[in-house]
Ligand binder design. Structure first.
Ligand SMILES: [Zn+2]
Length: 243
């Protein structure tokens, strides 16, 4: 029996297994707690990562998705370190958007910075692919002619150095679950062959974003276009918890 495709509230797209967890994991947990339908899409299998293999990373991503309560985990194989903003890749993501019909899409930022730790080329390419795919998905004549879909907003994570987030979401209450999802990626973040303390770095990142809004932990995003705001108070939210 064909599976009925249901609309998703939020789809978080990454280049490699763990991108979505690192940049948006706490927020996905929070959205799930609020009853939203969330999905995760990876464009590569992460086979070029120093730790693990494509197969190991698949299992880790499945475990992490389970911890975050994601309703969907879909993987593509566009080639780790080989992703480009081509028509074919835009088209693939546009078909994904039409299929799952998300209201909000989360994706890496579309610009990079120099330096190894600042914006992997795959992340930048993924950000651009998603922006262009969202434009394709709304075109009536885009093939195949399935029902057009308009994403309401794209918010970008993996913000390059020197760019301020448009908004930060308080993930203090979701921090432990987020950490558990990160730790599911053992080959990346708990790998004894690596000397860097990744968990410390990721916690520091969350503290840094949190400090911008007076919260203990946060995740920051950049809006790729001005927000259409009806209720200004919806932007303010409740008073954040302080550390
Ligand atoms: Zn990555």
């Amino acid at each position: 029996m064909p599976k009925k495709v249901q609309k998703y509230d939020v789809i978080s797209i990454g280049a490699h297994p763990d991108d979505v967890e690192v940049g948006t994991g706490g927020v996905l947990v929070k959205l799930k707690e609020k009853g939203h339908r969330t999905g995760i899409v990876y464009l590569t299998r992460g086979e070029m990562g120093t730790g693990g293999t494509a197969q190991i990373r698949k299992k880790e991503a499945e475990e992490a998705a389970g911890i975050m309560g994601a309703d969907l985990l879909e993987r593509f194989d566009l080639g780790d370190t080989k992703i480009f903003d081509t028509y074919e890749n835009r088209s693939l993501v546009a078909r994904v958007l039409r299929k799952y019909r998300p209201t909000i899409v989360l994706a890496p930022h579309w610009e990079g910075h120099t330096g190894r730790r600042q914006s992997h080329a795959d992340h930048v390419a993924t950000g651009r692919i998603v922006l262009n795919a969202a434009n394709l998905a709304r075109l009536k004549k885009f093939e195949p002619r399935t029902e057009p879909h308009e994403v309401r907003a794209i918010f970008h994570y993996f913000i390059p150095f020197g760019v301020a987030p448009t908004f930060v979401i308080d993930i203090t209450d979701q921090y432990d679950t987020w950490l558990a999802a990160l730790k599911a990626h053992r080959s990346q973040f708990l790998n004894p062959e690596k000397t860097r303390d990744y968990i410390w770095s990721l916690e520091t990142m969350a503290r840094s974003f949190g400090s911008l809004i007076g919260a203990k932990y946060g995740q920051g995003f950049v809006a790729s276009s001005p927000l259409n705001v009806n209720d200004m108070f919806a932007l303010v939210g409740s008073a954040p918890k302080t550390a």
